[in-house]
Design a protein around this ligand. Sequence first.
Ligand code: TRP
Ligand code: SF4
Length: 326
Amino acid sequence: MKKRILSGMRPTGKLHLGHLVGALDNWIKLQDEYDCLFMAADWHALMSEYEDTALLSENTLDNVLDWLSAGIDPNKATIFIQSHVPQHAELHMIFSCITPLGILERCPTYKEQMREVKTRDLNTYGFLGYPVLQAADILLYKADKVPVGQDQLPHLELTREIARLFNNLSKKETFPSPDAILTKTPKLLGLDGRKMSKSYMNTINLSDTADLITRKISTMFTDPKRIKLTDAGHPDICNVFSYYSIFVPEVKNDVYNWCSNAKSGCTECKKRLAAHIIEKVAPIQQKRALLLKDKAGLKKILDEGAKKASSIASETMKEARKAINL
Ligand code: TRP
Ligand code: SF4
């Protein structure tokens, strides 16, 4: 029996290169070795962006299309939309009865968002319970492993705590204690050198045209000490160089040489990088164009995914209800 993995993404906008190297590439590798469930967490998107849901279902389908285009294979993994499996909400409700307020209020991701996010009002009952829903997502499938980035580790810790609480209170070992699979990818920074994020408008999206990618890369910050073409550059502090390391490691040494020996200018260096990135996203975009033509095919994948997920989820819910005498 393969071990089970569950992971999810919150569909709040277009997927970008950060999602590709930070999560998707890893999911693609895991789908052979594990029984994988990949979920578009639209209820989580609602918790954080409830004020404007106009694009919610469009973003959700758009993200799933990007997953499939990048290589997530519906014959290997179960792909579904969270809100299509209502058991997530039921387990979330039960967990919310046993989760102490303090551990939610102390959660570092919660505190950070409350401090940092100024454009949306996150002072809601639902947003505080964001990690409780995530615990339900994971435990509903009794996942053994959860591939996540570093920032999500507190949510996994909370998941284990909630499982422990439920098991102790009901004196039954209903839920296992899942482990994180930490994605070891180097952090991909955005065009401006900050974390790549939609809210900083510094992303390169998987769906960007070749022109747009070239234009965006031309605006990237480089080694600030390299002013003239004859100045030697310092690739180690240049974001353009870190893109080479991540996306085209095979030419990394050449770039290091041109740069540190001032053999090539930054404009040229960026043009070449753009060509490599365009080459990397081209097959994803071609596949996407094909998938877009087959709306019924996408619906079928998601219907089958929800059906498979539901059948596991309903078994777990039977056990969970029984454990607490519902
Ligand atoms: N909170 C996760 C994020 O923002 C998304 C998510 C929702 C998730 N449910 C999950 C990740 C379950 C792993 C497992 O990245
Ligand atoms: Fe960065 Fe390339 Fe310019 Fe060197 S040549 S500073 S690696 S953009």
